[in-house]
Design a protein around this ligand. Structure first.
Ligand code: SAH
Length: 367
C-alpha cells in the first residue's frame, strides 16, 4: 500500500478487500479513497450492523468515526494504527476484537478537519444532460452540495452520491437563504474539511454572484475553482429555435439583467447599438424596459419572445412585439424563470407550443 501527499491520500490497494465502518457522512471520503485505490470496499454504517461474517476475505478494517490519537497526515486525516488495546466506550469494540482474533489489520480515522475546498459549478439551464463532463466529475467528488432550483437539482442524489444536499434556493421575491448566509455556510463546510460544490444555474459568472463567492473563499484562504456552465442567456433562446446572432440580421447580442430597471443612458446606448437584447430576470421590469426602449427609439414592431422554463416539459414561448409585449405577457401569465429576447432574430423562432401566442399575435415566422 502506498500513500502520497496531496489533498487526499492516494492509496494503491488493488486486490484488497477493505471493511469501512462509520456513519455515511464521516466515512464517505474514506470509501472514495479506498475505492479509487482499487480496493473492494464493504461498508457498515452502525456497530449493530456488524457480523463476523462481514470480515470474510477482508484484509483491513477502517473505523472512521472512532477515537484517534496520532496524525495529522498531509490531508488532515488523523490515522491511528491500533496496537491491540481496546478503547473504553468504543462502540466498535466487537469489530476490533473480531479483527484481532482473525489477525486482520485495523486502523482508525477521523474525518479530516482541514483540506476543504470549494468548486463553483455552472449547472446549465436545468437538465442533467446539459451539465459538462467536468461538472459531473466535481459533483461525484462532492461531500456537500449547495444548490438552487435553476440548476439540474432533481437528479442530484445520483450525481453526487452520498453528499449532503442543501437547498439554498431563491424564488423571486423570497430569499430563504441570504447570499451572506450561503457564503458563510460554504466557508463553514469547507473549514470542516469538505469538498463543497456550489451548483448554480447557467454559468456561475453570468448574474450568478459567482465572482463574490470566489472572492469570499479567497479572502478566507479556501481553495476555490470554477467550472463554467451553459448560460440560459444563449441556451434558452436556442431552445425556442432563436439564435442570438444571425449573419446579416444581428451581429451583436447584449445580455442584461432585468433585476433593476435600466437608466435612460443605458436604454439609449442599447437602442443605438442594435443587435439582439437578451434579458434575464426580466419579467418584473418588462413594462419599464419595453417603454424605455421605445422612448429610446426602437420601433414598437420589433419582435419580442418570452421563453419560459426552458428545457423543462413546461417550456413555453410567447411571441409578440415591443408595443404589445406587456399585454401579451400579462394575458399569457408569463412567469419566472424566463428569458426575454428582443430583436429581429426572434423571427427565427420555431416553437409554436403556446396556443395563446397564436391567438395574441399571428406567427411571424416565414418558414
Ligand atoms: N447564471 C445564470 C443566470 C442566473 S439569473 C445563467 O447563466 O443562465 C436567473 C435568470 O436566468 C432567470 O430569472 C431567468 O431569466 C434565466 N433562466 C435560467 N434558467 C432558465 C430556464 N431554464 N428557463 C428560462 N430562464 C432561465
Amino acid at each position: 500500500m502506498t500513500t502520497s501527499a496531496g489533498t487526499e491520500l492516494t492509496l494503491d490497494c488493488a486486490g484488497l478487500t477493505v471493511l469501512i465502518a462509520g456513519t455515511t457522512a464521516a466515512a464517505r471520503r474514506t470509501v472514495r479513497r479506498y475505492s479509487a485505490g482499487g480496493a473492494t470496499v464493504r461498508r457498515i454504517a452502525a456497530p449493530e450492523q456488524f457480523h463476523p461474517r462481514l470480515l470474510d476475505a477482508v484484509s483491513l478494517a477502517v473505523v472512521v468515526d472512532g477515537p484517534s490519537t496520532d496524525g495529522p497526515f498531509t490531508d488532515g486525516t488523523l490515522i491511528r494504527h491500533d496496537d491491540g488495546g481496546s478503547v473504553s466506550g468504543d462502540s466498535w469494540a466487537p469489530l476490533r476484537e473480531a479483527c484481532r482474533e482473525r489477525r486482520i489489520l485495523t486502523s482508525s480515522e477521523e474525518p479530516a478537519a482541514v483540506g476543504g475546498r470549494v468548486t463553483l459549478i455552472g449547472g446549465g439551464p436545468g437538465v442533467e444532460d446539459l451539465l459538462t463532463v467536468r461538472a459531473k466529475q466535481a459533483l461525484r467528488e462532492a461531500d456537500v452540495v449547495l444548490y438552487d432550483r435553476l440548476g439540474p437539482y432533481r437528479t442530484l442524489a445520483q450525481l453526487a452520491p452520498g453528499a449532503e444536499l442543501i437547498d439554498v434556493g431563491k424564488t423571486p421575491g423570497h430569499h430563504p437563504v441570504s447570499q451572506t448566509d450561503i457564503e458563510k455556510l460554504m466557508v463553514a463546510k469547507a473549514r470542516e474539511g469538505h469538498h463543497v460544490v456550489r451548483l448554480k444555474g447557467g454559468d456561475p459568472f453570468v448574474f450568478g454572484r459567482g465572482g463574490e463567492e470566489v472572492n469570499t473563499c479567497t479572502a478566507e484562504g479556501i481553495p476555490v475553482t470554477t467550472v463554467p456552465g451553459i448560460s440560459s442567456s444563449i441556451a434558452v433562446p436556442a431552445a425556442a429555435g432563436i439564435p442570438v446572432t444571425y449573419r446579416g440580421v444581428a451581429h451583436a447580442f447584449t445580455v442584461i439583467s432585468g433585476h433593476q430597471p435600466l437608466t435612460e443612458q443605458e436604454l439609449e446606448a442599447l437602442a443605438k447599438l442594435g443587435g439582439t437584447i437578451v434579458v434575464l430576470m426580466g419579467i418584473g421590469t418588462l413594462p419599464q424596459l419595453t417603454s424605455g426602449l421605445r422612448r429610446a427609439g426602437l420601433a414598437s414592431t420589433v419582435p419580442v419572445a418570452i421563453v419560459e422554463k426552458g428545457y423543462s416539459p413546461e417550456q413555453r414561448t410567447t411571441v409578440t412585439n415591443l408595443g404589445e409585449a406587456v399585454t401579451a405577457a400579462g394575458l399569457a401569465r408569463c412567469t419566472s424563470p424566463a428569458v426575454v429576447v428582443i430583436g429581429e432574430v426572434v423571427r427565427q423562432h420555431r416553437d409554436f407550443s403556446s396556443t395563446l401566442e397564436q391567438v395574441l399575435t399571428p406567427p411571424m415566422v416565414a418558414s
